[in-house]
Design a protein around this ligand. Structure first.
Ligand SMILES: NC(=O)c1ccc[n+]([C@@H]2O[C@H](COP(=O)([O-])OP(=O)(O)OC[C@H]3O[C@@H](n4cnc5c(N)ncnc54)[C@H](OP(=O)(O)O)[C@@H]3O)[C@@H](O)[C@H]2O)c1
Length: 345
Protein backbone atom coordinates (compact mmCIF):
# COMPACT_ATOMS: atom_id res chain seq x y z
CA UNK A 1 0.00 0.00 0.00
CA UNK A 2 1.29 3.47 -0.88
CA UNK A 3 1.69 5.59 2.27
CA UNK A 4 0.44 9.18 2.38
CA UNK A 5 1.38 12.05 4.70
CA UNK A 6 -0.55 15.31 4.95
CA UNK A 7 1.23 18.39 6.28
CA UNK A 8 -1.26 20.95 7.58
CA UNK A 9 -3.93 18.27 7.96
CA UNK A 10 -6.14 20.29 10.30
CA UNK A 11 -6.81 23.17 7.91
CA UNK A 12 -9.81 23.07 5.60
CA UNK A 13 -7.87 21.82 2.55
CA UNK A 14 -5.89 19.36 4.69
CA UNK A 15 -9.00 17.95 6.36
CA UNK A 16 -10.62 17.51 2.94
CA UNK A 17 -7.52 15.59 1.87
CA UNK A 18 -7.91 13.38 4.95
CA UNK A 19 -11.53 12.67 3.96
CA UNK A 20 -10.63 11.75 0.38
CA UNK A 21 -7.52 9.70 1.18
CA UNK A 22 -9.46 7.79 3.87
CA UNK A 23 -11.81 6.56 1.13
CA UNK A 24 -9.07 5.83 -1.40
CA UNK A 25 -8.68 2.15 -2.34
CA UNK A 26 -4.95 2.18 -3.18
CA UNK A 27 -3.26 4.41 -0.60
CA UNK A 28 -3.33 4.71 3.18
CA UNK A 29 -2.90 7.65 5.53
CA UNK A 30 0.14 7.36 7.77
CA UNK A 31 1.02 10.90 8.94
CA UNK A 32 -1.03 13.99 9.78
CA UNK A 33 0.79 17.11 10.95
CA UNK A 34 -0.34 20.18 12.86
CA UNK A 35 1.33 22.59 15.30
CA UNK A 36 -1.73 23.62 17.30
CA UNK A 37 -3.10 20.08 17.64
CA UNK A 38 0.10 18.02 17.87
CA UNK A 39 -0.54 14.95 20.04
CA UNK A 40 -4.31 15.15 19.65
CA UNK A 41 -6.46 12.61 17.80
CA UNK A 42 -7.64 13.94 14.42
CA UNK A 43 -11.17 12.78 15.25
CA UNK A 44 -11.20 15.13 18.24
CA UNK A 45 -10.58 18.15 15.99
CA UNK A 46 -13.09 17.00 13.39
CA UNK A 47 -15.70 14.88 15.25
CA UNK A 48 -17.24 13.87 11.91
CA UNK A 49 -14.20 11.60 11.61
CA UNK A 50 -14.99 9.71 14.85
CA UNK A 51 -14.30 6.04 14.26
CA UNK A 52 -13.10 6.81 10.73
CA UNK A 53 -9.62 8.29 11.24
CA UNK A 54 -7.54 6.68 13.98
CA UNK A 55 -4.40 8.84 13.63
CA UNK A 56 -3.11 11.47 16.04
CA UNK A 57 -1.68 14.73 14.74
CA UNK A 58 2.06 15.23 15.10
CA UNK A 59 4.53 18.06 14.69
CA UNK A 60 6.15 18.28 11.28
CA UNK A 61 9.48 16.48 11.34
CA UNK A 62 11.23 15.88 8.04
CA UNK A 63 12.93 12.61 9.01
CA UNK A 64 9.79 11.21 10.60
CA UNK A 65 7.52 12.01 7.66
CA UNK A 66 10.09 10.74 5.15
CA UNK A 67 10.31 7.42 6.98
CA UNK A 68 6.52 7.02 7.16
CA UNK A 69 5.20 8.33 3.82
CA UNK A 70 5.83 7.88 0.09
CA UNK A 71 3.61 10.71 -1.10
CA UNK A 72 3.39 13.99 0.78
CA UNK A 73 0.69 16.64 0.42
CA UNK A 74 1.48 20.11 1.73
CA UNK A 75 -1.69 21.97 2.74
CA UNK A 76 0.10 24.93 4.33
CA UNK A 77 -0.03 28.69 3.83
CA UNK A 78 2.25 29.85 0.99
CA UNK A 79 5.90 30.60 1.86
CA UNK A 80 6.25 27.50 4.10
CA UNK A 81 6.26 24.83 1.35
CA UNK A 82 9.21 26.38 -0.48
CA UNK A 83 11.29 25.68 2.64
CA UNK A 84 10.01 22.09 3.10
CA UNK A 85 9.96 20.78 -0.47
CA UNK A 86 13.71 20.55 -1.29
CA UNK A 87 14.37 18.05 1.53
CA UNK A 88 11.31 15.97 0.65
CA UNK A 89 12.41 15.68 -2.98
CA UNK A 90 15.99 14.80 -1.93
CA UNK A 91 14.46 11.92 0.02
CA UNK A 92 12.75 10.63 -3.12
CA UNK A 93 9.20 11.64 -2.17
CA UNK A 94 6.40 12.59 -4.53
CA UNK A 95 5.16 16.02 -3.41
CA UNK A 96 1.91 17.81 -4.14
CA UNK A 97 1.83 21.37 -2.81
CA UNK A 98 -1.55 23.04 -2.46
CA UNK A 99 -0.10 26.52 -1.92
CA UNK A 100 1.00 28.95 -4.63
CA UNK A 101 4.72 28.29 -4.09
CA UNK A 102 5.18 25.91 -7.04
CA UNK A 103 2.39 27.05 -9.37
CA UNK A 104 4.33 29.61 -11.40
CA UNK A 105 6.93 28.84 -14.02
CA UNK A 106 8.22 32.43 -13.97
CA UNK A 107 9.74 33.22 -10.52
CA UNK A 108 9.40 36.97 -11.16
CA UNK A 109 5.63 36.59 -11.48
CA UNK A 110 5.48 34.63 -8.21
CA UNK A 111 7.65 37.18 -6.43
CA UNK A 112 5.60 40.12 -7.73
CA UNK A 113 2.42 38.56 -6.31
CA UNK A 114 3.77 36.86 -3.14
CA UNK A 115 7.31 37.18 -1.72
CA UNK A 116 10.90 36.26 -2.59
CA UNK A 117 11.16 32.59 -3.59
CA UNK A 118 13.88 30.60 -1.82
CA UNK A 119 13.57 27.48 -4.02
CA UNK A 120 13.38 29.09 -7.45
CA UNK A 121 15.51 26.35 -8.97
CA UNK A 122 12.65 23.88 -8.39
CA UNK A 123 10.10 25.90 -10.39
CA UNK A 124 11.41 24.49 -13.66
CA UNK A 125 10.77 20.93 -12.47
CA UNK A 126 7.40 21.52 -10.82
CA UNK A 127 4.31 20.93 -12.95
CA UNK A 128 1.15 23.04 -12.77
CA UNK A 129 -1.42 20.53 -11.57
CA UNK A 130 -4.43 21.38 -13.68
CA UNK A 131 -5.14 17.69 -14.09
CA UNK A 132 -7.11 17.68 -17.37
CA UNK A 133 -4.75 20.05 -19.17
CA UNK A 134 -1.27 18.99 -18.07
CA UNK A 135 -1.90 15.25 -17.64
CA UNK A 136 1.18 14.10 -19.54
CA UNK A 137 3.56 16.34 -17.60
CA UNK A 138 1.93 15.36 -14.28
CA UNK A 139 2.52 11.66 -15.08
CA UNK A 140 6.27 12.21 -14.93
CA UNK A 141 6.39 14.78 -12.13
CA UNK A 142 7.83 14.43 -8.64
CA UNK A 143 6.57 17.89 -7.69
CA UNK A 144 3.16 19.31 -8.54
CA UNK A 145 2.02 22.85 -7.77
CA UNK A 146 -1.71 22.33 -7.29
CA UNK A 147 -3.72 25.17 -8.89
CA UNK A 148 -5.63 27.82 -6.99
CA UNK A 149 -9.38 27.37 -6.74
CA UNK A 150 -10.31 30.50 -8.74
CA UNK A 151 -7.80 29.70 -11.51
CA UNK A 152 -9.22 26.15 -11.77
CA UNK A 153 -12.75 27.50 -12.22
CA UNK A 154 -11.65 30.12 -14.78
CA UNK A 155 -9.02 28.26 -16.82
CA UNK A 156 -10.93 24.99 -17.34
CA UNK A 157 -13.80 26.58 -19.35
CA UNK A 158 -11.53 28.94 -21.30
CA UNK A 159 -8.61 26.67 -22.19
CA UNK A 160 -10.19 24.70 -25.08
CA UNK A 161 -11.59 27.87 -26.68
CA UNK A 162 -8.23 29.64 -26.48
CA UNK A 163 -6.48 26.60 -27.87
CA UNK A 164 -8.90 26.66 -30.82
CA UNK A 165 -8.28 30.41 -31.22
CA UNK A 166 -11.99 31.24 -30.86
CA UNK A 167 -11.65 34.04 -28.30
CA UNK A 168 -10.20 37.56 -28.32
CA UNK A 169 -7.99 37.37 -25.21
CA UNK A 170 -7.98 41.15 -24.76
CA UNK A 171 -11.66 40.98 -23.77
CA UNK A 172 -11.57 38.39 -20.97
CA UNK A 173 -13.57 39.14 -17.81
CA UNK A 174 -14.05 36.67 -14.94
CA UNK A 175 -16.66 37.45 -12.30
CA UNK A 176 -16.08 34.80 -9.62
CA UNK A 177 -17.68 33.92 -6.29
CA UNK A 178 -16.42 31.71 -3.48
CA UNK A 179 -17.77 30.22 -0.29
CA UNK A 180 -16.03 31.29 2.94
CA UNK A 181 -13.95 28.11 3.35
CA UNK A 182 -11.78 29.48 0.53
CA UNK A 183 -10.20 31.74 3.15
CA UNK A 184 -9.11 28.81 5.35
CA UNK A 185 -9.96 27.86 8.94
CA UNK A 186 -8.19 30.64 10.83
CA UNK A 187 -10.54 33.05 12.53
CA UNK A 188 -10.97 36.39 10.82
CA UNK A 189 -13.53 39.16 10.91
CA UNK A 190 -14.10 39.00 7.15
CA UNK A 191 -15.48 35.45 7.35
CA UNK A 192 -17.28 35.89 10.69
CA UNK A 193 -20.88 34.63 10.32
CA UNK A 194 -22.35 38.03 11.21
CA UNK A 195 -20.24 39.72 8.56
CA UNK A 196 -21.15 37.39 5.70
CA UNK A 197 -24.73 36.18 6.19
CA UNK A 198 -27.35 38.33 4.45
CA UNK A 199 -24.48 39.91 2.55
CA UNK A 200 -22.71 39.57 -0.78
CA UNK A 201 -19.66 41.55 -1.75
CA UNK A 202 -16.66 41.81 -4.02
CA UNK A 203 -13.21 41.88 -2.42
CA UNK A 204 -9.59 42.45 -3.44
CA UNK A 205 -10.95 44.43 -6.39
CA UNK A 206 -7.58 46.11 -7.04
CA UNK A 207 -5.77 42.80 -7.48
CA UNK A 208 -6.16 39.24 -6.23
CA UNK A 209 -3.13 36.92 -6.23
CA UNK A 210 -4.90 34.37 -8.38
CA UNK A 211 -4.97 36.76 -11.36
CA UNK A 212 -1.28 36.44 -12.32
CA UNK A 213 -1.62 32.65 -12.01
CA UNK A 214 -4.50 32.70 -14.51
CA UNK A 215 -2.68 35.14 -16.79
CA UNK A 216 0.43 32.95 -16.93
CA UNK A 217 -1.43 29.76 -17.91
CA UNK A 218 -3.85 31.47 -20.31
CA UNK A 219 -1.00 33.38 -22.01
CA UNK A 220 0.86 30.14 -22.66
CA UNK A 221 -2.10 28.64 -24.53
CA UNK A 222 -3.10 31.90 -26.25
CA UNK A 223 0.47 32.51 -27.40
CA UNK A 224 0.31 36.15 -26.32
CA UNK A 225 0.16 38.12 -23.04
CA UNK A 226 -3.13 37.93 -21.15
CA UNK A 227 -4.41 40.52 -18.68
CA UNK A 228 -7.76 39.15 -17.52
CA UNK A 229 -10.16 41.34 -15.55
CA UNK A 230 -10.84 39.19 -12.49
CA UNK A 231 -13.10 40.22 -9.60
CA UNK A 232 -13.67 37.74 -6.74
CA UNK A 233 -16.73 37.85 -4.48
CA UNK A 234 -17.49 36.28 -1.11
CA UNK A 235 -20.63 34.14 -0.91
CA UNK A 236 -22.49 33.56 2.36
CA UNK A 237 -22.01 29.78 2.25
CA UNK A 238 -19.28 27.42 3.40
CA UNK A 239 -18.12 25.72 0.19
CA UNK A 240 -18.64 26.19 -3.52
CA UNK A 241 -17.31 28.46 -6.25
CA UNK A 242 -18.86 29.90 -9.40
CA UNK A 243 -17.16 31.82 -12.21
CA UNK A 244 -19.09 33.68 -14.89
CA UNK A 245 -16.68 34.50 -17.69
CA UNK A 246 -17.28 36.97 -20.52
CA UNK A 247 -15.30 37.11 -23.77
CA UNK A 248 -15.65 38.38 -27.32
CA UNK A 249 -15.46 35.73 -30.01
CA UNK A 250 -13.11 36.15 -32.95
CA UNK A 251 -15.88 35.07 -35.33
CA UNK A 252 -19.55 34.24 -35.09
CA UNK A 253 -20.00 30.58 -34.12
CA UNK A 254 -22.91 28.27 -33.43
CA UNK A 255 -23.63 26.67 -30.05
CA UNK A 256 -22.72 23.31 -31.59
CA UNK A 257 -19.24 24.55 -32.52
CA UNK A 258 -18.59 25.61 -28.93
CA UNK A 259 -20.10 22.41 -27.57
CA UNK A 260 -17.94 20.32 -29.91
CA UNK A 261 -14.78 22.25 -29.05
CA UNK A 262 -15.31 21.63 -25.33
CA UNK A 263 -16.46 18.02 -25.78
CA UNK A 264 -13.47 17.13 -27.94
CA UNK A 265 -10.93 18.67 -25.57
CA UNK A 266 -12.48 17.04 -22.50
CA UNK A 267 -13.45 13.73 -24.13
CA UNK A 268 -11.46 11.53 -21.72
CA UNK A 269 -12.01 13.63 -18.61
CA UNK A 270 -14.28 12.03 -16.01
CA UNK A 271 -14.57 15.16 -13.85
CA UNK A 272 -15.62 17.66 -16.52
CA UNK A 273 -19.37 17.80 -17.12
CA UNK A 274 -20.57 19.92 -20.04
CA UNK A 275 -24.01 21.53 -20.05
CA UNK A 276 -26.07 22.25 -23.15
CA UNK A 277 -26.19 25.78 -24.55
CA UNK A 278 -28.13 28.14 -22.30
CA UNK A 279 -28.22 25.91 -19.22
CA UNK A 280 -26.74 27.54 -16.12
CA UNK A 281 -24.48 25.62 -13.74
CA UNK A 282 -25.10 25.42 -9.96
CA UNK A 283 -22.62 25.00 -7.11
CA UNK A 284 -25.08 22.68 -5.33
CA UNK A 285 -24.57 20.07 -8.05
CA UNK A 286 -20.83 19.70 -7.40
CA UNK A 287 -20.79 20.03 -3.61
CA UNK A 288 -18.38 17.49 -2.07
CA UNK A 289 -17.36 16.21 -5.54
CA UNK A 290 -14.39 16.61 -7.86
CA UNK A 291 -16.58 17.74 -10.78
CA UNK A 292 -16.20 20.96 -12.69
CA UNK A 293 -19.49 21.70 -14.45
CA UNK A 294 -19.22 24.02 -17.46
CA UNK A 295 -22.05 25.85 -19.24
CA UNK A 296 -22.18 28.61 -21.84
CA UNK A 297 -24.48 30.97 -23.68
CA UNK A 298 -23.93 32.84 -26.94
CA UNK A 299 -25.50 36.27 -26.69
CA UNK A 300 -28.01 36.77 -29.50
CA UNK A 301 -26.81 39.16 -32.20
CA UNK A 302 -23.42 39.68 -30.56
CA UNK A 303 -20.06 38.04 -31.05
CA UNK A 304 -19.86 37.35 -27.33
CA UNK A 305 -19.82 34.22 -25.21
CA UNK A 306 -20.64 33.94 -21.53
CA UNK A 307 -19.28 30.84 -19.83
CA UNK A 308 -20.23 29.51 -16.41
CA UNK A 309 -18.28 27.06 -14.32
CA UNK A 310 -18.80 25.63 -10.84
CA UNK A 311 -16.54 23.63 -8.56
CA UNK A 312 -16.33 22.78 -4.89
CA UNK A 313 -13.39 24.99 -3.87
CA UNK A 314 -12.19 22.38 -1.35
CA UNK A 315 -12.42 19.44 -3.78
CA UNK A 316 -11.75 20.24 -7.47
CA UNK A 317 -10.39 23.59 -6.23
CA UNK A 318 -7.93 21.98 -3.78
CA UNK A 319 -7.88 18.48 -2.21
CA UNK A 320 -9.78 16.58 -4.92
CA UNK A 321 -7.60 17.87 -7.73
CA UNK A 322 -4.54 17.11 -5.55
CA UNK A 323 -5.70 13.49 -5.17
CA UNK A 324 -6.42 13.33 -8.92
CA UNK A 325 -2.84 14.52 -9.50
CA UNK A 326 -1.47 11.91 -7.11
CA UNK A 327 -3.39 9.23 -9.04
CA UNK A 328 -1.91 10.46 -12.32
CA UNK A 329 1.62 10.64 -10.84
CA UNK A 330 1.38 7.10 -9.49
CA UNK A 331 -0.24 5.60 -12.60
CA UNK A 332 -3.44 4.76 -10.68
CA UNK A 333 -6.97 5.12 -12.02
CA UNK A 334 -7.42 8.92 -12.25
CA UNK A 335 -10.77 8.68 -10.43
CA UNK A 336 -9.62 6.46 -7.55
CA UNK A 337 -10.92 7.82 -4.25
CA UNK A 338 -12.91 10.51 -6.05
CA UNK A 339 -16.03 8.65 -7.09
CA UNK A 340 -18.41 10.05 -4.47
CA UNK A 341 -21.90 10.35 -5.91
CA UNK A 342 -23.13 13.98 -5.72
CA UNK A 343 -25.84 14.97 -3.26
CA UNK A 344 -29.14 15.24 -5.20
CA UNK A 345 -29.95 18.45 -3.27
N1 LIG B 1 -9.34 26.69 1.31
C1 LIG B 1 -9.41 26.53 -0.01
O1 LIG B 1 -10.49 26.52 -0.61
C2 LIG B 1 -8.14 26.34 -0.80
C3 LIG B 1 -8.25 26.11 -2.18
C4 LIG B 1 -7.09 25.94 -2.95
C5 LIG B 1 -5.84 26.02 -2.34
N2 LIG B 1 -5.77 26.28 -1.01
C6 LIG B 1 -4.42 26.37 -0.42
O2 LIG B 1 -4.23 25.32 0.50
C7 LIG B 1 -3.36 25.76 1.56
C8 LIG B 1 -4.09 25.53 2.88
O3 LIG B 1 -5.26 26.31 2.88
P1 LIG B 1 -6.42 26.15 3.96
O4 LIG B 1 -7.57 26.90 3.43
O5 LIG B 1 -6.58 24.73 4.31
O6 LIG B 1 -5.77 26.94 5.19
P2 LIG B 1 -6.04 26.74 6.75
O7 LIG B 1 -7.41 26.21 6.95
O8 LIG B 1 -5.67 28.03 7.38
O9 LIG B 1 -4.99 25.61 7.18
C9 LIG B 1 -3.61 25.81 7.21
C10 LIG B 1 -2.92 24.60 7.81
O10 LIG B 1 -1.51 24.84 7.88
C11 LIG B 1 -1.04 24.64 9.23
N3 LIG B 1 0.00 25.66 9.49
C12 LIG B 1 -0.16 26.98 9.51
N4 LIG B 1 1.02 27.61 9.75
C13 LIG B 1 1.94 26.62 9.88
C14 LIG B 1 3.34 26.62 10.13
N5 LIG B 1 4.02 27.77 10.32
N6 LIG B 1 4.00 25.45 10.17
C15 LIG B 1 3.34 24.29 10.00
N7 LIG B 1 1.97 24.24 9.77
C16 LIG B 1 1.30 25.40 9.71
C17 LIG B 1 -2.28 24.81 10.10
O11 LIG B 1 -2.24 24.02 11.27
P3 LIG B 1 -1.43 24.46 12.56
O12 LIG B 1 -1.64 25.94 12.71
O13 LIG B 1 -2.00 23.62 13.64
O14 LIG B 1 -0.02 24.11 12.24
C18 LIG B 1 -3.37 24.24 9.21
O15 LIG B 1 -3.42 22.83 9.34
C19 LIG B 1 -3.08 27.25 1.29
O16 LIG B 1 -1.85 27.40 0.67
C20 LIG B 1 -4.22 27.65 0.36
O17 LIG B 1 -3.86 28.72 -0.49
C21 LIG B 1 -6.88 26.41 -0.21
Amino acid sequence: MIRVGIVGATGYAGAELVRLIAGHPDVSLTVLTSRQYAGEPFEKIYPAMKGVIGLDCELYDKDSICSKADVIFLALPHKLPMAFVPDLLKNGKKVIDLSADFRFSDPAKYEAAYQPHTSKDLLSQSVYGLSEVFTDQIKNADLVGNPGCYPTSVILPLYPLLKSDLIDVTTLIADSKSGASGAGRSLSLTTHICEITESFKAYKVTGHRHKPEMDEVLAAVAGKPVDITFIPHLLPMSRGMESTIYANLKKRVTPDEIQNCLAEFYSDCPFIRLYDHGIATDTANVRGTNFCDIGFVLEKGKDRIVMMSVIDNLVKGAAGQAVQNMNIMLGLDESAGLNAVPYPL
